[in-house]
Design a protein around this ligand. Structure first.
Ligand SMILES: Cc1cc2nc3c(=O)[nH]c(=O)nc-3n(C[C@H](O)[C@H](O)[C@H](O)COP(=O)(O)OP(=O)(O)OC[C@H]3O[C@@H](n4cnc5c(N)ncnc54)[C@H](O)[C@@H]3O)c2cc1C
Length: 419
């Protein structure tokens, strides 16, 4: 067994983990990045479509181009990393000592570190989580599985496809299937509005004449050996199928794109406090979880619509690790709670100290036009032409504004109000 010692262990070599490793090195920490696949890069490795890096690199890159840029930087800084190294468990030994147990082809490694940055991404929700019943024949995939088959292994999973869910992954896959010669019969969405970014609705569905059935659901999958058809019905305002509205769509493949959940199994075992609205841990503005010195970034923290935010969170977590290592812990004492106000479904971070600029990420519950995003306690107000559940609202509040919080106040509220 091998024993190693670092300032920070970064778990997960996707965009968030790579960005954290780069930033930690630039800040003078000694990090090690641990990834369980053969290559660093995470999800963008399988994304050959553009739409990556518009904010971070101010260029429209494919997923693979985006990740190559980050990897070039990582290599130039000579950051240490392990591949085919699966983090099996984490142990909290003391305030500034954690143990990360890693299984590698060379044997088990035990890595001791003052801090951990957890960046293991997300997992896809599968068919059993969305209540679709029926037969279980061949031809049912999650969108990520279908994407891996096509873009990594060069296999077209089917010819006539129905996609359940209109999140970004499903929309992008609808375009990919069409470009490869398959027919996407419909994208079926239970909600009255699409789940993905507007640019993806236009570029992936409208441009290719793919029907989007809003307020519909697949009530049954039918097929003996292989999928033969799906039964679709309209839903009422409680999202329940309306009797008599059923119709059939013949198809050979069903692709489920029903959203992502932060992949936080190891943190849950460690006992972090989880926010049910994000599915990720409760964090402060350094993205530190309820366990001192354990930080989280990227889709393990909150499902991001843009890779740029995952990268930014990796950098913030690395800054947090630096503060922790330099001070033997987090110096802030007076945390304030960030409350979800009107039309806010989730917000990150959930706690702030107010001693530094804070980046806030929030999602609304309902689409609305002409609104202000406000923090009444700070007289902070920002106009938006429109807010949609699919699109993350991201903004920075300067330390000078945060200074205005009353010393005795125990919370600030993020809310959306009509103009
Ligand atoms: C189909 C699809 C299309 C997308 N299109 C766009 C787009 O056009 N534009 C855009 O900006 N964003 C897009 N995104 C979103 C973007 O890919 C994500 O925001 C980003 O990849 C999140 O980065 P991450 O580092 O948090 O997670 P990931 O990229 O998921 O990386 C997590 C890494 O952690 C590793 N890992 C997990 N568990 C362990 C463990 N126990 N031990 C060791 N390693 C572990 C995984 O192998 C993985 O490499 C898309 C996503 C998908 C799925």
């Amino acid at each position: 067994m091998k024993f190693l010692k670092y300032d920070t262990v970064i778990i997960g070599g996707g965009p968030a983990g790579i960005a954290a490793a780069i930033k930690a090195t630039e800040l003078g920490l000694k990090p090690i990045l641990v990834e369980n696949r053969d290559l660093l890069g995470g999800i963008p490795l399988q994304c050959i479509h553009p739409g990556f890096g518009l904010h971070y690199f101010r260029e429209d890159l494919t997923g693979t181009q985006f990740i190559t840029r980050l990897l070039d930087k990582l290599e130039s800084l000579k950051v240490e990393y392990l591949l085919r190294a699966h983090v099996h468990s984490i142990e909290y030994i003391d305030y500034d000592k954690k143990l990360v147990n890693v299984i590698t082809p060379q044997g088990v490694m035990r890595i001791y570190a003052k801090t951990i940055i957890y960046a293991t991404g997300a997992r896809e929700r599968h068919i059993f989580e969305i209540g679709v019943v029926g037969d279980r024949p061949d031809g049912i995939y999650t969108a990520g599985e279908a994407q891996t088959l096509m873009d990594i292994y060069g296999v077209l999973p089917g010819k006539e496809i129905v996609i359940i869910g209109s999140g970004d992954v499903g929309l992008i896959m609808a375009r990919r299937f069409t470009l490869e010669g398959a027919k996407v019969k419909a994208v079926v969405e239970i909600l009255p509005y699409p789940g993905g970014l507007m640019r993806n609705i236009l570029q992936c569905l409208v441009d290719f004449n793919i029907p989007l059935l809003l307020q519909h659901t697949v009530v049954r999958i039918v097929g003996r050996k292989r999928v033969e058809k799906v039964v679709v019905a309209k839903v009422d305002e409680n999202l329940r199928p309306i009797d008599g509205t059923e119709f059939e769509i013949p198809c050979d493949t069903v692709v489920v794109s029903a959203g992502l959940r932060p992949n936080i199994d190891l943190l849950e075992k460690l006992g972090v406090v989880v926010d049910p609205s994000t599915g990720g841990p409760v964090v402060n503005e350094y993205l530190e979880t309820s366990i001192p010195g354990v930080f989280v970034a990227g889709n393990a923290l909150v499902i991001n619509d843009l890779v740029d935010y995952a990268v930014e969170q990796g950098e913030i977590a690395a800054e947090g690790a630096k503060v922790f290592v330099d001070n033997g812990g987090m110096p802030t004492k007076n945390w304030k709670y960030v409350k979800k106000g009107r039309n806010i479904r989730l917000v990150v971070p959930q706690m702030i100290g107010g001693e530094r600029d804070v980046v806030i990420y929030a999602r609304v519950a309902q689409p609305e036009r002409n609104v202000f995003v406000e923090i009444p306690e700070l007289n902070f107000r920002m106009f938006h032409f429109g807010v949609r559940p699919a699109e993350m609202i991201r903004f920075k509040i300067g330390r000078n504004i945060l200074n205005k919080i009353n010393e005795n106040a125990d919370k600030i509220t993020i809310q959306v109000k009509p103009r």
